[in-house]
Every structure is written in structure tokens, then in C-alpha cells.
Design a protein around this ligand. Structure first.
Ligand code: SF4
Length: 212
């Protein structure tokens, strides 16, 4: 199968398995999504959602967040990995949003990626999920699966994002990002599982045994 043929099969299969994937990070608007995304590095979505429920009770806008001290934010987000860095980033980015953007989240990659704690993947999630702009966020799980499925050489996430964007239509990128994440969570967690039962690898002969 060529990568193009695989991409068609995979998209169809993911649409069958996850027809309407929910956004896993709970949020009310672009600002709360941005904060949740910053908190999500090396932390489960469930943990982020627990923390943001408490954090957004205290501050749900950039203005309100600037009224909390970094220490107060840290006290609330402490159970997340890398909590001190994340509290610092949330405090600093809220100040920047108030000072430069009237408290709103900017809608360009360049502006988003200039904010503390926001890298390209996080900016892609916000662009896609908050603003509906074409973006294909690629995290390590998607990077690994794209390689296993033969959709990318898997050199690095930058290359994987480029490869996936060229294989799939733009309007499907945001949904595919979520579908691949849900697929990985449901089917891929265990090492030593039997790839013959995988709804994708078993059909496209994509699996390299030592990667299981
Ligand atoms: S064979 Fe296993 S690791 Fe590969 S995609 Fe399927 S479930 Fe995931």
C-alpha cells in the first residue's frame, strides 16, 4: 500500500471508530483552552481537568488571572507535572495578554508561540480547537503512530507534521489529531500486545514487530 492508500484507509477507519471525537481538555473559551494546554505537558487530561476546574473558579479570564500571584496559581496546579514552570508561564502569559492583546488570545502562530510556555504543538491545538484554523498538532504519540503506519519517515515532529498535512485534506487535520490520540489510548498502550487484532495495523501491514 502506498502512503496515500494507507491515509485513505486510516481516515475511514478512524471516522468509523471515533466519528465525533470530543476535545478532551475542558475549557470555556480560547483563554481557558490555552491555560489547559499549557498545563497538559507531561500530565493526563483528567488531571488537567481536575486542576482547571479549581483554577477557573478563581480566575477564568486573563484579567482575573493577573490578580492571582504566581504562588497562588502554583498552589492550585501543584499536582501537575512541572507545576512551578507552568504556574510561572500562566502568570506571565496572562499579563502579556492583558498588556498587549486586550486580554484576548491572539490568532496567529507567531503571536501564540511567543507566549511563555506555548510551543508549536500547543499553538496548533489552540489554533485548531479554539479558532477552527487549519493546524495539525503532532505530539510524540501521533509522531510514533505516523511512523508505524508508514505515513511519515518519522525523522522528527516537524517532518511528521509536514508529511501528515500533505497526505490528509486540510479540513480533516484537527479531527484527525483527536482521532489518532483516542486511537492510541484505546489500542496502543500495552507492550507485547498482538498487532493482528489492531484495526489499523492488521489491515495495512504497517507493523514492525520490534516496535510493538
Ligand atoms: S498494532 Fe498495536 S501499536 Fe500498532 S497501531 Fe495497532 S494497536 Fe497501536
Amino acid at each position: 500500500m502506498t502512503p496515500e492508500e494507507k491515509s485513505i484507509f486510516i481516515r475511514k477507519k478512524l471516522d468509523e471508530l471515533f466519528p465525533q471525537p470530543d476535545i478532551p481538555l475542558q475549557h470555556r473559551d480560547p483563554f481557558t483552552l490555552l491555560v489547559a494546554v499549557v498545563l497538559s505537558a507531561q500530565t493526563t487530561d483528567a488531571q488537567v481537568n481536575r486542576v482547571t476546574a479549581a483554577l477557573f473558579e478563581r480566575a477564568k479570564t486573563a484579567q482575573e488571572m493577573t490578580r492571582l500571584s504566581e504562588q497562588e496559581i502554583l498552589d492550585i496546579v501543584r499536582s501537575c507535572g512541572l507545576a512551578p514552570q507552568k504556574a510561572r508561564a500562566i502568570s506571565a502569559l496572562s499579563r502579556i495578554l492583558v498588556e498587549r492583546y486586550g486580554g484576548c488570545v491572539p490568532q496567529s502562530f507567531q503571536e501564540l508561540e511567543s507566549l511563555p510556555g506555548v510551543g508549536h504543538k500547543s499553538a496548533s491545538v489552540v489554533m485548531s480547537q479554539a479558532f477552527g484554523k487549519p493546524a495539525f498538532p503532532v505530539d510524540t504519540h501521533i509522531h510514533r503512530l505516523a511512523k508505524r503506519w508508514g505515513l511519515s519517515s518519522g525523522k522528527n515532529v516537524v517532518q511528521t507534521e509536514k508529511d501528515l498535512k500533505s497526505l490528509f485534506p486540510e479540513q480533516a487535520w484537527g479531527k484527525l489529531h483527536l482521532q489518532i490520540i483516542y486511537f492510541g489510548r484505546r489500542y496502543c498502550p500495552a507492550r507485547g500486545h498482538d498487532p493482528r487484532y489492531c484495526p489499523i495495523c492488521s489491515c495495512i501491514n504497517a507493523h514492525d514487530e520490534d516496535e510493538v
